[in-house]
Design a protein around this ligand. Structure first.
Ligand code: SF4
Length: 513
């Protein structure tokens, strides 16, 4: 009864038989998970629990309805083919660029592919950086640039992986100052020595994980780390200890998307009634298959005490075309889970991660509009990064750009104290100044919270809520009574380049963007 109507409806909607088989299998699997595996494990067979299982059964059917009903029309909006600025993609059509499989195939991964790409895109002679005293000014040619990238990769904590969308919005004729390049492609000359307090797991997530990959820090919320793979690898990733491939300097504690590991996490969630809120992250929820996304969503919806959850993905910012790709069903699965949540009064959202207005193109706007029209709640979490978005004009444009795409600018994070990317970190005073300038310039509900995720696991606090801030030592102190009790004091340390005692050096380094 579950399958045939869906097949007919899906056929009418023009889906392939391959899609039908996969979808039917996925739904059957989800139903089995919820009705056989999940509930059997989660609840015993008391009359009340039998009733709960019946409710879960109805939910599966409702979600199934939504899943197969998602539009699969190839109605691609037209816009400037910005990717054609990249020589190797000058003949790539809009249809091809929007295709997710094409995006995956052309994602630049690893050192040798990056160098090959850079060879093709950089001018032979590079323009001088804005500041003539910058250490970057020694890079004069394409070959110099390649050498610098190679040296930086040798000591970088994050592997290289960059999508065609991101590679297309970088100004390769001005690569030194480009804010997107700075986030993904390291240059040896701009790296700075680590502050002694930096670590790879600055938030102490592994200490707060009762089950591998599940971080339970806040009383009512847990982080479900579904995978350790992303569509891009950001240089400044807060989970450098786990995300992406091993590098020469870091062996990752990777989190494979295995059913066995997930089951342990589901068991913990189901047996912890204090939890009401789950963040499904990683890695990136975009890297889950549509079936996996759907499975996780329906499993969480079936747990009575889980009232809300969000899928965390940078996908909309770094590969927005997938949302518009009529041959890919990730978005349909997300919309289905969101609709199913709404029907049972549970809030399902997507949290994304734009850091700069240049990351937004007409594809991003069309993708956001598609999600908005389908009722998917989207919020954004930016990271404050030096030379990327640490000036008032850029941060204002970022926030307004998000608001105009109907995305709530939820957080701006102070850069975490993560090892290996000190060139991207700002002192606390920068975020304080930005907040003071921005508050009041846009509606309150579109004003982000400017926060510090406290090193060592205190959770997020408003940056302005510090107990003390010594601008000479660069040490700010915070407490987090609701998270770890009021006794523990958490310290955030400004980067050494910004401290007065390093003024001579700091001034030079500041210019080394
Ligand atoms: S997308 Fe998120 S999890 Fe992945 S590397 Fe970037 S910051 Fe880390």
């Amino acid at each position: 009864m579950l399958h045939l109507p869906g097949r007919l409806r899906a056929r009418r909607a023009g889906m392939s038989s391959h899609y039908l088989t996969r979808t039917a299998a996925a739904i059957t699997h989800s139903a089995q998970n919820m009705l056989a595996v999940g509930p059997r494990r989660l609840i015993s067979s008391s009359p009340r629990n039998v009733q709960q299982a019946a409710v879960a059964s109805i939910r599966v059917e409702e979600q199934y309805e939504s899943y197969v009903h998602q539009p699969q029309k190839a109605a691609a909006p037209r816009g400037v083919p910005y990717w054609q600025r990249v020589g190797i993609w000058k003949d790539v059509t809009e249809e091809k660029f929007l295709n997710y499989q094409w995006q995956i195939k052309n994602t630049v991964q690893g050192e040798s592919r990056l160098l090959q790409f850079l060879e093709s895109v950089l001018p032979e002679r590079l323009p001088a950086p804005r500041d003539a005293n910058s250490p970057l000014s020694k890079i004069k040619t394409r070959n110099d640039f390649l050498g610098e990238v190679k040296e930086a990769i040798r000591i970088a904590p994050m592997a290289i992986r960059i999508t065609p969308h991101i590679l297309s919005v970088i100004d390769w004729n001005n690569p030194f100052e480009d804010p997107i390049r700075r986030q993904f492609v390291p240059l040896r000359a701009s790296l700075l020595p680590d502050h002694p307090k930096l670590t790879l797991d600055s938030l102490g997530e592994e200490n707060d994980s009762p089950v591998k990959g599940l971080v339970h820090r806040y009383p009512d919320k847990a982080l479900f780390l579904a995978t350790s793979v992303c569509n891009v690898y950001c240089r400044f990733c807060t989970r450098s200890y786990a995300i992406g491939a091993d590098t020469e300097t870091v062996t990752k504690n990777s989190l494979k998307p295995t059913r066995r590991r997930w089951e342990e996490m589901f068991d913990y969630i189901a047996s912890t009634p204090a939890l009401s809120d789950i963040v499904i992250s990683g890695g990136d929820a975009y890297y889950l298959t549509p079936d996996q996304l759907y499975d996780i969503g329906t499993r969480l919806l079936a747990i009575p005490h889980i009232r809300r959850f969000r899928f965390a993905t940078k996908g909309l910012a770094v590969c927005p075309s997938r949302i518009l790709d009529p041959t890919d069903s990730w978005t349909s699965a997300l919309i289905a889970v969101s609709n199913a949540g709404r029907k049972v009064g549970k809030m399902v959202a997507m949290h994304t991660h734009f850091n700069h207005p240049s990351e937004m193109t007409w594809v991003s706007r069309a993708a956001s509009q598609k999600l908005f029209a389908a009722g998917v709640v989207v919020r954004n979490q930016s990271v404050l990064l030096r030379g990327v978005n640490d000036d008032l004009g850029t941060m204002k444009a970022l926030i307004r750009g998000l608001a105009d795409m109907a995305i709530t600018p939820y957080y701006v994070y102070q850069g975490d104290m993560v090892a290996g990317v000190e060139d991207l970190r700002t002192p606390l005073r920068t975020i304080l100044e930005l907040e003071s300038q921005i508050r009041g310039s846009i509606a309150g509900f579109m004003t982000p919270q400017f926060v510090v995720d406290l090193p060592g696991g205190g959770g997020k606090r408003l940056a302005a809520s510090f107990q003390s801030y010594d601008s000479k030592t660069g040490v700010s102190r915070f407490v987090a009574p609701a998270v770890k009790g009021g006794e523990t004091v958490y310290e955030y340390h400004d980067p050494e380049w910004s401290l007065p005692k390093a003024e001579g050096r700091g001034a030079a380094i500041t210019q080394a963007l």
